[in-house]
Design a protein around this ligand. Structure first.
Ligand code: UDP
Length: 292
């Protein structure tokens, strides 16, 4: 496992895992010389708002770094790649749920950088025989035991709402109530982190030399910001005050996945699809961390 720990946590590295603290932009060549069966490439800057304010962090940190990794894979003949792509590559979709063949027109810099990497992967896979799979994550949430969302500055909806329930914040801000959705707030497709993890193993097993396959990963059901807050109220028993605030730059109104392709071709079957279960696991993690 390689991480520069710029946003990751050393205490989240599993026992027995060989760990190298490094930036893959400079270290990939040397690291891959060891000869690996495949690479799972998760490392990225991933905040929509930040990507609009500091695009250089995203073009350098995501695109340039990933090109270095692809070059190192080519140089050392690493055969397989699973890449963390994103729903943000689609932008504002023209139909919903989103299938993989819809046009990709990202509305924010984060999505644009991930899409650029997807294009590079397609070329490298075809020219150099790499078996590549991009998994387009929708809104990853939930937790697995002691592993959950832990950001120095939290920007994601569910952890923020749970911080209100814990008493660490007074209220949650709803970024816009005038979106073209049923209740006026943005709709997203929340997927449990353990279901996402399962998809990575299936993707690695199914990667085929010379091909770059793309799969959306979500549950196929959209929940509005208000519905998420309501679910958090039910799970935590806390009233969770909410206040409407301006829209956040770069947000599409609705992002809901069709995961039919992942189900059909990879045999992927989400086990923890219910939003109450997803929030429940995140809440258990949040409370346990707060208590320790
Ligand atoms: N959101 C919100 N208030 C917050 C954080 C997020 O209303 O404090 C909204 C955000 O505008 C988006 C949805 O919640 O529509 C999910 O945002 P998040 O940052 O969790 O994930 P993203 O969809 O950006 O990947």
């Amino acid at each position: 496992m390689v991480d520069d720990l710029s946003t990751g946590h050393a205490d989240a590295i599993p026992d027995g895992c060989k760990f190298v603290e490094a930036d893959i932009a400079s270290a990939a060549g040397e690291l891959l010389a060891e000869q690996f069966d495949g690479v799972l490439h998760f490392a990225a800057k991933s905040l929509v708002g930040e990507s609009m304010e500091q695009p250089q962090k995203y073009w350098q940190g995501n695109v340039v770094t990933s090109l270095r990794l692809l070059d190192a894979m080519r140089e050392h003949g690493t055969p397989r790649l699973v890449f963390s792509s994103t729903a943000a590559t689609y932008g504002e979709p023209e139909s919903s749920p989103i299938t993989e063949d819809l046009p990709t027109r990202p509305t924010n810099t984060y999505g644009a950088t991930k899409l650029a990497i997807d294009h590079a992967i397609t070329s490298y896979a075809s020219a150099h025989g790499i078996g590549a799979v991009s998994l387009r994550y929708f809104n990853v949430a939930g937790a697995h035991g002691a592993f959950g969302e832990r950001h120095a500055v939290e920007t994601h909806l569910i952890p923020i709402v749970l911080q209100v329930a814990l008493g660490q914040r007074e209220q949650v801000q709803i970024f816009g109530e005038d979106w073209p959705t049923a209740d006026g707030t943005c709709v997203r497709d929340y997927i449990h982190v353990t279901d996402l993890a399962d998809a990575h193993l299936l993707a690695l097993e199914n990667a085929t030399s010379g091909q770059h396959r793309i799969y959306n990963l979500g549950n196929g059901t959209g929940f509005s910001v208000k519905q998420v807050i309501d679910t958090c109220r039910e799970v935590t028993g806390h009233p969770i005050p909410a206040q409407v605030a301006p829209r956040r730059a770069g947000d599409p109104a609705t992002l809901v996945a069709s995961s039919q392709r992942a189900r059909a071709e990879l045999g992927w079957q989400p086990q923890r699809a219910d939003l109450g279960v997803i929030v429940g696991d995140a809440w258990e993690f949040t409370r346990a961390r707060h208590a320790s």
